[in-house]
Design a binder for this molecule. Structure first.
Ligand SMILES: [Zn+2]
Length: 241
């Protein structure tokens, strides 16, 4: 039985995730930057249970709630051993390629930060990709290069199209404005913009999307070379749309 993922909006535009393993009953959070909305979500959706806190990278808007949530719920924190010195205290320090609790696997996905990792749960097709891949966008190369981000995207090539892209921010509308500035006549992007506008107007998250959708519509994921990815990222940085 699969892992399911529910987006938990937090801070101004972050998205953390609540995972449930429907076979074992285990519950996890990914990248909680604060405490209150997660205690409420755990209470409402999981009877207060939380077994694990998965971390993708060390930025405060992804980790600041982790230690207090672990204290309050008994959850154990897991993340990339190579980045342990700047992550919250890890109860389980893993290396990319390792199996994770709840049937997942840690993937090495640098580019946004050096130690950024993603998590893939094949049973449930859940991809926790933090600030590497966004819906119709990608993360900034804060500590990494276009080559690293490009190679991280290539790790996703092996995953199926139905993979749910569970990313770390609600940037979708702005990302689509940039995409449509590149391809104003593209009906796929027009349809996506209408769908996302309706979700946001209803107060609902726009994520997850799927890898299938990103492969056909996300110019960053579609970039053929690191140089093209770099050009796109620089154009997005300068874009005021
Ligand atoms: Zn970040």
């Amino acid at each position: 039985m699969p892992v399911t993922a529910t987006p938990i909006p937090c801070l101004s535009d972050n998205t953390a995730w609540l995972l449930r393993d429907t076979a074992s009953g285990e519950v996890a959070l990914c990248d909680p930057p604060e405490v209150a909305p997660f205690l409420a979500a755990l209470e409402q959706r999981a009877g207060g249970r939380c077994d694990w806190i998965f971390l993708t990278h060390h930025h405060g808007d992804h980790v600041a709630g982790a230690e207090e949530l672990a204290r309050r719920t008994g959850a154990r924190i897991l993340g990339n051993a190579a980045d342990a010195s700047r992550l919250p205290r890890l109860d389980l320090a893993l290396r990319p390629g390792d199996a994770t609790p709840m049937g997942g696997r840690m993937l090495d996905t640098p580019g946004h930060t050096r130690g950024h990792v993603s998590y893939w749960f094949a049973d449930g097709a859940v991809l926790l990709c933090g600030d590497v891949l966004f819906a119709y966008g990608c993360g900034r190369f804060i500590e990494g290069t276009a080559e690293e981000m490009f190679s991280s995207f290539r790790r996703f090539d092996a995953l199926p199209g139905n993979a749910l892209v569970c990313c770390g921010h609600e940037y979708t509308e702005a990302n689509l404005r940039f995409c449509r500035s590149l391809r104003p006549e593209d009906p796929v992007l027009a349809e996506a913009a209408a769908r996302v506008a309706a979700l946001r107007a209803a107060g609902r998250p726009s994520v997850p999307t799927t890898l299938w959708e990103e492969r056909r519509a996300n110019p960053f994921l579609r970039a053929a070379t690191p140089a093209e990815l770099l050009r796109l990222r620089e154009a997005k940085n300068a874009f005021r749309g």
